[in-house]
Design a protein around this ligand. Structure first.
Ligand code: SAH
Length: 381
């Protein structure tokens, strides 16, 4: 039994720790207007501020010349503290993959990964500093949970990437973000309120938010069933990805410890429900680990369990070759076992793809985010 702590579904901060500073991005549209009025400014300033921050992607209030100078100073101090400091960028795939290490106000370290493909750009973001889910194959899981991120800290990662891309600062020329995936550090459903609020602002049309289509947003979960059910009621047609990794409880109990609380059946039912309500296909994530979960009979069992929930059209299986974490006894499946696994799923009619492992040479691939930025580097920047 690995999960011994009660699971925190509340997303609350430990009251003994300092709370991250509040930010414009923590607020919804109405709250921003209220805050502006409360600060003695006319209502229309709220829209001006949002236009500068979200539409112009400018992170420097002193350059917002449509506001009087003293208002700029007031606004900067009140609502635009620096939440995350860029410690370093690691670049791979000829500049098309950039992993950024961030330090929060309290020293918490997180990472995000930007991946440019021909015609689209995806950012993989963190929802927590660390992760409490303790999956033994995942680098983040080994370090435990430090704390939840705030709404603004989550959006910050997307906003900053959008800003840098827009300004042409990153290799590959100017661009914009098309997809946001909650597949960085943390379990997004364990920080539910902040994550849903962040999605609302990431999705809200410019200038109220970043204007990224809900269809381009993917939330990945180990299977927190009550939160998956709740997410289906939010009216947000985001894509849900479920990290299944095993079709049987015996193995899943071991490799995804939360399975002891919510088993394979419960997780697949909640996934199916999400697909039905949102009309969005659910992605079933399945890491292939050599001789652990890659047997053909498990592919057959996976197909069977998906099929028992109706039409395969609602599920898509995404196979991920394991990225071994340092010191792990597990490695990626043999090529022939991977092929056989794919063939068994295809033969049963299950839509399946094998994911490319972008950024593995900079520890930026799935499950490798561990924020092992040492202190020397942290001080250097
Ligand atoms: N906690 C959420 C969000 C993190 S997503 C979740 O687990 O879904 C990160 C994705 O990468 C998940 O599908 C996760 O299972 C996968 N992953 C973790 N460690 C990995 C590793 N070492 N190799 C390949 N994929 C890994």
């Amino acid at each position: 039994m690995i999960v011994t702590e009660p699971i925190d579904f509340t997303g609350k901060f430990n009251p003994r720790r300092p709370k991250p500073p509040g930010h414009w991005m923590d607020m919804g549209v109405d709250e921003r207007v209220e805050a502006v009025v409360g600060a003695g400014l006319p209502k229309f300033r709220a829209r001006q501020i949002s236009t500068n921050w979200f539409a112009r992607s400018s992170n420097d209030p002193s350059s917002w010349t449509d506001l009087p100078r003293e208002v700029r100073d007031q606004v900067a101090e009140k609502w635009f503290p620096t939440l995350l400091t860029n410690l370093r960028d690691l670049i791979a795939d000829e500049g098309m993959t950039v992993k950024t290490g961030w330090r929060a106000f309290d020293g918490a370290l997180i990472e995000s990964v930007l991946m440019r493909y021909p015609g689209r750009t995806t950012i993989c973001i963190s929802s927590e500093a660390g992760c409490g889910m303790a999956c033994p194959f995942c680098a983040t899981g080994q370090g435990g949970l430090q704390r939840n991120l705030t709404t603004a800290e989550i959006i910050w990662q997307v906003h900053d990437a959008a800003r840098r891309l827009g300004a042409g600062e990153l290799p590959g020329g100017p661009g914009r973000i098309n997809n946001v995936v909650f597949m960085g550090m943390g379990e997004p459903m364990a920080n539910y309120r902040a994550v849903v609020n962040a999605i609302r602002t990431i999705h809200a049309p410019v200038p109220d938010g970043l204007g990224i289509s809900a269809r381009g947003i993917t939330v990945s979960t180990v299977g927190m069933v009550p939160r998956m059910e709740q997410l289906a009621t939010e009216g947000l047609p985001v894509t849900l990805a479920v990290s299944l990794h095993a079709p049987d409880d015996e193995l899943r109990d071991e490799i995804v410890p939360l399975n002891k609380h919510f088993n394979v059946d419960a997780v697949l039912d909640a996934a199916w429900n999400h697909a039905r309500v949102t009309r969005r296909r659910v992605s079933i994530e399945y890491i292939l680990i050599k001789d652990i979960n890659d047997q053909s009979w498990r592919a057959d069992l996976l197909a069977k369990r998906l099929k028992s929930r109706g039409d395969f059209g609602w599920f898509h299986v995404n196979l991920i070759p394991l990225n071994p974490t340092p010191g792990s006894r597990w490695t990626a499946s043999r090529r022939e076992d991977e092929k056989a696994f794919v063939a068994h799923l295809e033969c049963a009619g299950v839509p399946v793809t094998v994911r490319d492992t972008r950024g593995s040479d900079i520890d930026g691939a799935c499950g490798q985010l561990a924020a092992n930025l040492d202190s020397a580097e942290a001080e250097f920047v």
